[in-house]
Every structure is written in structure tokens, then in C-alpha cells.
Design a protein around this ligand. Structure first.
Ligand code: PMP
Ligand code: GLU
Length: 403
């Protein structure tokens, strides 16, 4: 070959794209953990956010049955009819939303569904509002579509500053197509109230901005927190909202890769074209498992929710007593988002240094806040056994005391 520099051939977009920090951390932790295991030790995994539970038996059985019945061919791009029907029923049952199968698309996890929505809407240079702190992939998916992520600040309670939202809308020199709302929130665990969501919805209606409502943590809410679906408030809001959900978190099925959304039929039609040209369809066997997950016995969901709530109460009780760390009690998801900048100094200048040293010295993995757009914080996932949480918090406390 002639002396071509490969980076001159690769696209600017892909070269500028950041590696997923959650997946990068997971790879590093896996390598470190297998080394430590040889010495009888382990890493406490508060990093990547995924249920530590196994997928419930009834769901696994449905997948085995699908294999035995040779459900192994391509399916319709937007998913099998049975899955769309199950999702229609779920939206009615859980969110009081009326949809038809033509309003539903199933994809390869909420992640790919989100990417497909963004691709369907965004032309190069157009804006997508991404409130901080944001889940790691939102901004990068916008960039991959050639769009411009527009960040909105948060208030002391970690919720969106709607005054800043209005000024971001007013000052962007171009068309803003979408906003991404995520309640219960990753990374903060914050759950928005009905009136807070309605206020955001009103601003979007006034400005012709469509809403992606990412509700993947809807089932994991605690205390007196209540989950509201943006699309359920009014006909007008339903028209401009694309509700995203997945079986990944609700049924401990992250590896099965089934997510879905509900939206206006034309949006679904356009997204189905992308799906037909790119992944073809989500895995046929995983789709049958998802039918059982969504439409079968829901008992396992409440069992997992209760367990997460116990863990939340325990871990919050531990973290709030650590001096230099500020943390509010989250109402949902399975994350704490403590502010640790009070402990910065010396070799620890930012959230990346904090997380790296915590991993190296205390063998506890957390995600640095910078991955979510704020360097003063870290994210702790408590989707881990009580035993691991207890050991992890002993290590975390000792590390913080030593700073
Ligand atoms: N949205 C949020 C807020 C998430 O935390 C996740 C978890 N990775 C996703 C979307 C993607 O979910 P999935 O695993 O179904 O792709
Ligand atoms: N939702 C998880 C997290 O935030 C999974 C990782 C990912 O999809 O990036 O850690």
C-alpha cells in the first residue's frame, strides 16, 4: 500500500466520537478483577449500570421455546406483531397511553432505538437539547448524526434549570429538533414531578421541539416518588413525544438487547426504514422473550424494586455521613450521584482522577461525573448485592478519609 494515513480516510465524525465511558470502564474492571481474583480479592463494581439479578425463569423459558419452535428467521424490521401487541398493552396498563401496533417500533435495546430516532430527525448542524447531567450516549449519538448537542444546566436539586432551557432555545442559531428527557434519571436518580414535566412540555410545544422521553427506569422508583409519562398529559404532548423504554432494566435483560418506542405512525414508518436498511430487525429469539417479559407474570419486577429500595436506603445512609461528600436521596433508578469536589486537592484534580485513584487504591469502580457532563460528581451504581455494597462502602469511606 502507498503511504496513506488511515485517519485521512476515516470520517471526521467517527474520529471525533468518544468511546463509551461505561463500556471502557467495564473492560478495565474486568481485566483488573481477573488479576485480583488470583490473589483472592475483587473489584467492587459500582460502575456500569446494569441489574445484578438474573433474567426471570419464565422469560428464559420463552426464549428456549422460541428456539425449539424455530423462530429463527428474519422478522419485520420494527418487530414481530406479538411483541408490538404486548407493548401496546403495556403502554395502556402502565402509562394509560392508547397506541396501535403502527405506533410501535422494537429495536436493539433503548440505545439503538434512541440512535434511530435521532438519525430520523436530525440534519447536520441542527440542535438537540440534552439536559446535564446526561446519560453518556445522548451527546455522542447526536454528534454521530451530525447534530449539535445543546446542554442545559441543572439546579441544586439536580433537576433541569428551565430558565436556562429557555435561554438555550433563544440563543441557538439554527433549528432545534429534539429534547431528551430522562426520568427516573441516569445518573442522578432524580424523578420529575408531574408539574415539572408539564412545564418542560409546555416550553417544547411553544417552540415546536419534539420530546424523547426515555423511561427505561420507570419501574424502579422509591418512597413516595411517582413516575409520569410525558405523553400521558395531553393529546398535544402525546403528538410530539416519542416514549422510549426497554426490557433491559425492568426485567434484568441487558444482554438480550430489546428496546422499543411509541410515537406518531409516520415517525415509526421513517424509523422502520432505517431499521430495515441497517440492523434488519432485533434478534427474533430475544423478541419472543420480550413478549413474555412484557405480557407475562410481572411479579419479579416488584421483587427487584423492593431489593433496590433497600439498597438505596442502606447506601444513602452510609454516604451521607462521609465528610466532604454531598449527596441527595434519589427517588428512582439505581444510582447515587454524589458531589465529591470537596475532596479534590493534591493529585486529585477532577472526577477522572478521583475515580482512577478509587479504583487503583481501593478497588472500587465508579463512573467519573465528567462522563455525564459534570466534573464535580461521580456516579455510583448500587445494582449490586448488599454484601458487595457494604464492602464497597467500607472501602470508599476509608479512601475518602485518607484524602
Ligand atoms: N437510556 C438510559 C437512561 C440508560 O441508562 C440506558 C442503559 N444503558 C439506556 C438508555 C440504554 O438501554 P439498553 O440497554 O436497553 O440499550
Ligand atoms: N445504562 C448503563 C449505564 O449507564 C449501561 C451502560 C451503557 O449502556 O452505556 O452504565
Amino acid at each position: 500500500m502507498t503511504g496513506i494515513n488511515i485517519n485521512d480516510l476515516l470520517s471526521k465524525r467517527v474520529l471525533e466520537l468518544e468511546e463509551s465511558p461505561t463500556f471502557a470502564l467495564e473492560n478495565k474492571v474486568n481485566a483488573m478483577d481477573s488479576e485480583l481474583k488470583k490473589q483472592g480479592d475483587f473489584v467492587v463494581r459500582f460502575g456500569i449500570g446494569q441489574p445484578d439479578f438474573n433474567t426471570p425463569e419464565n422469560i428464559k423459558e420463552a426464549a428456549k421455546k422460541a428456539i425449539d419452535e424455530n423462530q429463527t428467521k428474519y422478522t419485520a424490521a420494527a418487530g414481530i406483531g406479538e411483541l408490538k401487541q404486548a407493548i401496546v398493552k403495556k403502554f395502556k396498563r402502565d402509562n394509560n397511553l392508547d397506541y396501535e401496533p403502527g405506533n410501535i417500533l422494537a429495536g436493539i435495546g433503548a440505545k439503538q432505538v434512541l440512535d434511530t430516532i435521532i438519525r430520523a430527525f436530525v440534519n447536520p448542524g441542527e440542535g438537540v437539547i440534552v439536559p446535564r447531567p446526561y446519560w453518556v450516549s445522548y451527546t455522542q449519538q447526536v454528534i454521530l448524526s451530525g447534530g449539535v448537542p445543546l446542554e442545559v444546566n441543572f439546579r441544586d436539586d439536580l433537576k433541569m434549570d428551565t430558565g436556562h432551557l429557555k435561554s438555550v432555545i433563544g440563543s441557538f442559531n439554527g433549528r432545534i429538533k429534539l429534547i431528551i428527557i430522562n426520568s427516573p434519571n441516569n445518573p442522578t436518580g432524580v424523578v420529575y414531578s408531574r408539574s415539572e414535566l408539564e412545564e418542560i412540555g409546555e416550553i417544547c410545544l411553544e417552540n415546536g421541539i419534539y420530546i424523547i422521553s426515555d423511561e427505561v427506569y420507570e419501574k424502579f422508583i422509591y418512597g413516595d416518588a411517582v413516575h409520569y409519562s410525558m405523553a400521558s398529559f395531553s393529546r398535544e404532548l402525546k403528538d410530539i413525544t416519542i416514549t422510549v423504554n426497554a426490557v433491559s432494566k425492568t426485567y434484568a435483560m441487558t444482554g438480550w438487547r430489546i428496546g422499543y418506542c411509541a410515537a406518531d405512525g409516520n415517525i415509526i414508518k421513517q424509523m422502520s426504514k432505517i431499521q430495515g436498511q441497517s440492523p434488519s430487525n432485533p434478534c427474533s429469539i430475544a423478541q419472543w422473550a420480550a413478549v413474555e417479559a412484557i405480557d407475562g407474570d410481572q411479579g419479579s419486577v416488584e421483587l427487584m424494586r423492593r431489593e433496590y429500595e433497600k439498597r438505596r436506603d442502606y447506601i444513602y445512609g452510609r454516604i451521607k455521613d462521609i465528610s466532604g461528600v454531598e449527596c441527595s436521596l434519589p427517588g428512582g433508578a439505581f444510582y447515587l450521584f454524589p458531589e465529591v469536589s470537596g475532596l479534590y486537592g493534591g493529585a486529585i484534580r477532577n472526577s477522572m482522577d478521583f475515580s482512577n485513584q478509587l479504583l487503583e487504591k481501593a478497588r472500587v469502580a465508579v463512573v467519573p461525573g465528567i462522563a455525564f457532563g459534570d466534573d464535580d460528581y461521580i456516579r455510583i451504581s448500587y445494582a449490586a448485592s448488599m454484601e458487595k455494597i457494604s464492602a464497597g462502602m467500607d472501602r470508599f469511606q476509608k479512601f475518602c478519609l485518607g484524602l
